[in-house]
Design a protein around this ligand. Structure first.
Ligand SMILES: [Cu+2]
Length: 185
């Protein structure tokens, strides 16, 4: 009687600890920021986020100590015009992965005061339904990014997007008119 009543809560506690502290952390892979041209005030951060939890993962915001303005963006093409819209939140279903990449979801880095230099890293914090998620993204050269594209499984998609003029890097982020259209503040 004593033995039974003791053993049950102990195993339940162990499961709870595994569940909250270990098993459900979202996984970040393929993190990269392509070094922008000298003097650029804007860049984009890319990574793949996998929701290993059995509940939807909701990303509600993003911040960085080193970048004045950061936001969640989604690129799209409407009537052959590339545009970006700020996202209030992004939901990743249980067990699913979402690629933040060229022509799709990305973290917009705006008002850069220091150059983003290849070889260094930038830390971001994602505000999610699972709590704050710190991620550290390497800054790479455009050549290194092309090599990653060629090696990645979705390289076809990237190259098709570039041909259609949808590539993020092809857009002039410094253009004042474009910034107004995108509602950047
Ligand atoms: Cu953007």
């Amino acid at each position: 009687m004593f033995k039974f009543s003791f053993a049950l809560p102990a195993s339940a506690l162990l499961l709870a600890m595994l569940g909250t502290a270990y098993a459900e952390l979202p996984q970040v892979t393929d993190g990269r920021i392509i070094q922008p041209p000298p003097g650029a005030k804007v860049a984009a951060a890319y990574f793949t986020l996998t929701n290993t939890h059995n509940q939807p993962l909701i990303i509600r915001g993003v911040s960085s100590e080193d970048v004045p303005h950061t936001s969640l963006h989604l690129s799209s093409v409407v009537d052959d015009v590339a545009r970006m819209e700020e996202q209030k939140s992004i939901t990743i279903d249980a067990g699913e992965s979402l690629a933040f990449t060229h022509g799709s979801y990305h973290v917009m880095l705006m008002g850069l005061t220091e150059p983003l230099t290849a070889g260094s890293n930038l830390a971001l914090v994602l505000d999610t339904s699972e709590g704050s998620l710190s991620i550290n993204l390497p800054i790479i050269t455009p050549d290194e990014a092309d090599t990653m594209d060629a090696q990645s499984a979705d390289s076809m998609t990237h190259h098709n997007m570039k041909q259609e003029g949808m590539s993020h890097d092809g857009m002039d982020h410094d253009d004042e008119d474009a910034r107004k259209k995108m509602d950047h503040q």
